[in-house]
Design a protein. Structure first.
Length: 123
């Protein structure tokens, strides 16, 4: 695979993840994230091989690589915002778990702070 082909894949994966973030399909976001990771790993390996060969990158290819790299920061922030929103949605749907087990309050006993009997002999 050529470096330019790998760059095309990375650009396409970046656009696909950006489009997936607009939607609400978590599976699509996860799949596009994996595609982007794979595309960037391939791009990194090929660019290292290209640098080791001693050949200089042409200006157009270098500009495209820089442009793709500059899009990663905002995309990372967008993913962080989506993750925070998901966390808030989950916290509104699921109540916070109390410190004691569910039925301890009904038993009238104080909650246990020591390990279970099965583990006492091991310590």
């Amino acid at each position: 695979m050529q470096l330019s082909d790998s760059l095309v894949q990375a650009e396409a994966a970046l656009q696909a993840l950006s489009a997936a973030l607009v939607g609400t399909d978590a599976g699509a976001i996860e799949a596009r994230s994996a595609d982007l990771r794979d595309a960037f790993m391939s791009l990194a390996v090929l660019s290292q091989q290209h640098m080791r060969s001693g050949q200089a990158l042409d200006a157009g290819l270098q500009q495209r690589i820089d442009a793709v790299g500059s899009q990663l920061g905002p995309l990372r922030e967008q993913l962080a915002r989506a993750s925070a929103m998901t966390g808030r949605k989950v916290s509104t749907l699921l109540p916070a778990q109390s410190g004691s087990p569910t039925y301890d309050a009904l038993s009238g006993r104080a909650p246990r702070t020591s390990p279970a009997r099965i583990y006492r002999s091991a310590s």
